[in-house]
Design a protein around this ligand. Structure first.
Ligand code: NDP
Ligand code: 8X3
Length: 256
């Protein structure tokens, strides 16, 4: 195993942004730790990245909602793999888009546990390793929903506002340790996001992207790479990235 190459950990790499980000970082020569719950997808991405880019890949399958699973998976990494230069906290989801008065408590708990607590569980461990080396870059996946609210966005928005606050707070707290912290806050991107949000209803999911070109996962991976590849004296704190045809959470220019 090479110890000259950079190392990155990308959560939620089985799909969408995370898969594209892991692929981008591998294409730039990074050894990557890829995580998610779907083990088969991680294994197939591992094979793909190793054969395409000749980098080393460690798949770790665990549920970020479970602190014990996060800790045991991360602590299974050997000393060499703990030298993580880049952490991308990407695993997350929206569950449902109901108004607050009819929303589901279990959906809300799933979003809080994944989008907020999962990010905290993973970061608190990786930050210790970065602190030891006085080096690192952390990128959190926020959302336009963490900048503004929209009908039915309620608890999802609350988790992403929390990610925004946490990103800014981590940036301050980790400043003395030379750890850069930034956020990417995308608008609508066609991944498995809407399929998950609408619980497998493919028609409802595809309606979200009707009549305009949404962001692609690769657009976000390019932004991650831009942040990561800045020289050490530069930190990109925040990037709001929207499709050209979307101005806010609710203003779209759709072709009829
Ligand atoms: P996808 O549904 O395509 O990917 C989500 C990823 O998160 C999957 O790899 C999934 O892995 C992982 N994940 C979800 N829950 C868990 C869990 N409990 N434990 C471990 N991993 C989990 O969606 P996106 O790529 O679009 O979303 C990635 C991030 O970007 C999310 O934080 C989302 O909120 C944010 N975002 C998305 C936008 C969009 O329009 N698509 C816009 C703005 C932000 P697995 O299921 O295998 O566990
Ligand atoms: C995903 C974008 O607008 O559906 O974070 O909340 S939105």
């Amino acid at each position: 195993m090479s110890n000259l190459r950079g190392k990155a950990l990308v959560t939620g790499a089985t799909s969408g942004f995370g898969k594209a980000i892991a692929t981008k970082l591998a294409s730039q020569g990074y050894d990557v730790i890829i995580t998610g719950r779907r083990e088969e997808r991680l294994e197939s991405l591992r094979k793909e990245l190793e054969s395409e880019y000749h980098v080393n890949v460690v798949p770790l399958h665990f549920d970020v909602r479970k602190e014990v699973e996060c800790t045991s998976a991360l602590m299974s990494l050997g000393a060499e793999w703990r030298r993580i230069d880049v952490l991308v906290n990407n695993a997350g989801l929206a569950a449902g888009r109901d108004p607050f008065d009819t929303g589901s408590l279990s959906d809300w708990e799933q979003m809080i546990d994944t989008n907020l607590k999962g990010l905290i569980y993973v970061s608190r461990i990786v930050v210790q390793w970065m602190k030891e080396r006085q080096n690192g870059t952390i990128i959190n996946l926020g959302s336009i929903a963490g900048k503004e609210v929209y009908p039915g966005g309620n608890v999802y928005s609350a988790t992403k506002f929390a990610v925004d606050a946490l990103t800014r707070s981590m940036r301050i707290d980790l400043l003395p340790h030379h750890i850069r912290v930034g956020q990417i806050a995308p608008g609508a991107a066609e991944t498995e996001f809407s399929l998950v949000r609408f619980k497998g209803d493919a028609e409802k999911a595809s309606q979200v992207y009707e009549g305009f070109e949404p962001l692609h996962a690769e657009d976000i991976a390019d932004a991650v790479w831009f942040m990561v590849s800045r020289p050490p004296h530069v930190c990109i704190n925040d990037m709001v990235i929207m499709p050209a045809a979307q101005a806010t959470s609710t203003h779209f220019n759709r072709k009829s």
